[in-house]
Design a protein around this ligand. Structure first.
Ligand code: SAH
Ligand code: SF4
Ligand code: F3S
Length: 435
């Protein structure tokens, strides 16, 4: 049977979310329509993540739940990084899967759907450079804050990480394609664009780097804000740092994962930076943009991590005073070098370290938020809040701020930040001039 309605569930990073949006547009162009909430779709695309064991397992537990009471099931496409990592093996693990499609093969989805409708179980985990981007239709919908993937893949091979295997080698989309897509996003309502890449600051095209791209996008009329994520410390160029001081539309926020504060562990992780070189970059960035909000990622319990190594991580958190940070327990991933390293850390120790790290991060997060109380700033309104008349917007520092306003999603409103919590802020809207 040829499917008429579909549903896409994305489990992964922002690039997965972006891919999910693009697959939806592709299916839409094929004449399928998104299933209404609560309706049973003919096709389910599980857009999976392989970064940690828990994320990967989630895909399979979800598949089981798709079987209907009468024993029938929708067409099931396994997409994303689990599909890439497992390939045909996924079909053996779950007989319910009809299609296995890796993150660089989405352009083949329509063809694969036709094959699956005829009863075949196609698998495609090839990695042709850029084909999927060329196959996606032009953008016709955009949220106030829209994602735009500019770079994919990774050549860094941190010893714990699956991304170089699931997303392939680093590639940059061409300048012209990105500008065209950004223009289209703004035409259909985006006020902010978030440039995405596993190593977004490694983006380049013909000797032009991310800083040049940001400066060009800043000229788009109607585009008010630009962000980018995720950056690797090794690719944090002086040109990009300078842009933070010079481009008004570039928001004062930088996600710059460090992973650990211990040089011994950083070396074992193959992170190419030390605690000192990382802190030197942070200093430079703050020199260019003193109010910048910094965020990061941390892994606790990497093989061989001692209490001393962990305390170096706590000192790193104190030295940087992160405005936000994500922390994870190390998860051994099949095929990565760290999975077979000696001295894997027991779960209880990881649990304890994660708790201590998160407590420390939360202190700094709250301190950062409190430091903004009384500040006049602008919010990009993104959605309605929990209460009548309340909307949720983002500050330039990416804080989630609730505010009483009748401004719609997509509006930019002037506020004073009046209260701070650990994860969000309250704002009071300035009187607007009568229309
Ligand atoms: N490209 C980015 C982020 C990639 S994945 C970077 O270089 O930082 C997002 C985060 O997941 C990583 O920053 C890391 O903190 C975490 N992560 C990756 N592999 C992991 C693993 N095996 N176990 C636990 N956390 C992991
Ligand atoms: Fe993974 Fe390291 Fe590449 Fe980031 S830089 S995606 S952590 S291998
Ligand atoms: Fe997950 Fe793949 Fe993103 S493993 S974090 S969805 S690149």
């Amino acid at each position: 049977m040829t499917p008429k309605t579909f549903k896409i569930k994305s489990f992964g990073c922002q690039m997965n979310v972006y891919d999910g949006e693009r697959m939806a547009e592709l299916l839409d162009a094929q004449g399928l329509s998104p299933a209404a909430d609560g309706d049973d779709p003919d096709l389910v695309v599980l857009n999976t993540c392989h970064i940690r064991e828990k994320a990967a397992e989630k895909a399979y537990s979800d598949i089981g739940r798709l079987r209907r009471e009468d024993g029938s099931k929708p067409l099931i496409a396994l997409a994303g990084c689990v599909a890439q990592a497992e390939g045909a093996e996924a079909k053996r693990r779950s007989p319910l899967i009809d299609i296995v499609v890796g993150p660089q093969a989405y352009h083949r989805l329509p063809e694969m759907l036709a094959e699956a409708s005829r009863g075949a179980r196609p698998v495609d985990t090839d990695m042709p450079a850029l084909s999927k981007f060329d196959a996606f239709p032009a953008r016709r919908r955009a949220a106030p804050s829209a994602f735009l993937t500019v770079q994919e893949g990774c050549d860094k091979f941190c010893t714990y990480c699956v991304v170089p295997y699931t997303r392939g080698a680093e590639i940059s989309r061409p300048w012209h394609d990105i500008v065209t897509e950004a223009d289209a996003l703004v035409d259909c309502g985006a006020r902010e664009i978030v440039l995405l890449g596993q190593n977004v600051n490694a983006w380049s095209d013909d000797r032009r780097g991310l800083a040049d791209l940001i400066r060009a996008l800043a000229k788009i009329h109607g585009l008010e804000r630009i962000r980018y994520t995720t950056s690797h410390p090794a690719d944090m160029t002086d040109a990009l740092i300078a842009a933070h001081g010079e481009v008004d539309k570039l928001m004062p926020y930088l996600h710059l994962p460090v992973q650990s504060g211990s040089n011994r562990i950083l070396k074992a992780m193959n992170r190419s930076h030390s605690a000192e070189t990382y802190l030197a970059i942070v200093d430079k960035v703050r020199g260019a943009r003193p109010d910048i909000a910094l965020s990061g990622d941390f892994i606790v319990g990497f093989p061989g991590e001692s209490e001393d190594d962990f305390e170096a991580t706590l000192r790193m958190v104190d030295a940087v005073r992160y405005a936000a940070a994500y922390s994870f327990k190390y998860s051994p991933r099949p095929g990565t070098p760290a999975a077979s390293m000696e001295d894997q850390i027991p779960r209880e120790i990881m649990d304890d370290r994660l708790q201590r790290l998160q407590a420390r991060i939360n202190e700094h997060q709250l301190a950062f938020n409190r430091s903004k109380v009384g500040v006049d700033t602008k919010l990009l309104i993104e959605r309605s809040g929990r209460h009548e008349g309340q909307m949720i917007g983002r500050s330039p520092w990416l804080q989630s701020v609730h505010v009483e306003t009748d401004a719609p999603a997509g509006a930019i409103v002037a506020v004073t930040l009046v209260a701070a919590g650990p994860n969000s802020m309250a704002g009071a809207e300035h009187q607007r001039a009568a229309a």
